[in-house]
Design a protein around this ligand. Structure first.
Ligand code: NI
Length: 173
């Protein structure tokens, strides 16, 4: 299966809003399969359509440990958060489109998500802990928002400069 190329900041698609999927067709399923493979190959836990330069509301994730454990992929189409906890959680986040950079991000500690699954069936997920961060991070991507948009300008500018430097050195695309 052909992998996708993952785009990095400041590619404009990462700032764009993805459009709802009208129907989960075989083409959408093939896109999700390719996205999952691309994510596994990059050792990520989540990947949104924007990151492979597509603008439909699709993301994939797998929080299961890679080594030894069985894969537990989750395919998400047209996600919507219908509930957020009042408690917040701070966790370090990274992003395959901002390679090698990490920062602490504060988000609601738990969220309830509704979406369409791989077969186009309505599904619901209560995400807590690291999964809550992942779900909100990936949904943000579909709205053109990155984890660095949740941190101070000072830290954000630092990360953006590091990425520029890595690109000049030819270490990232
Ligand atoms: Ni990301």
């Amino acid at each position: 299966m052909d992998k996708y190329n993952i785009i990095n900041i400041p590619h404009p698609t990462l700032k764009a809003t993805a459009q709802p999927v009208a129907m989960v067709t075989d083409d959408v399923r093939q896109q999700m399969d390719r996205m999952l493979q691309t994510m596994y190959d990059a050792s990520g836990i989540g990947l949104a359509a924007n990151q492979v330069n597509l603008l439909n509301r699709v993301f994939v994730m797998d929080m299961a440990p890679r080594e030894g454990g069985d894969p537990r992929p989750i395919f998400v189409v047209n996600p919507e958060i219908i509930w957020r906890s009042e408690e917040f959680s701070v966790m370090e986040e990274g992003c395959l489109s901002i390679p090698g950079q990490y920062a602490e991000v504060e988000r609601p500690a738990s969220v309830r998500l509704i979406y369409l699954d791989y077969h186009g069936q309505p599904a619901e997920l209560l995400a807590e802990g690291a999964m809550a961060h992942c779900v909100q991070h990936e949904l943000d991507h579909l709205n053109g928002v990155l984890f660095i948009d949740h941190i101070s300008k000072l830290k954000r500018d630092m990360i953006v400069r590091k990425i520029e430097k890595l690109r000049k050195l030819g270490e990232i695309l």
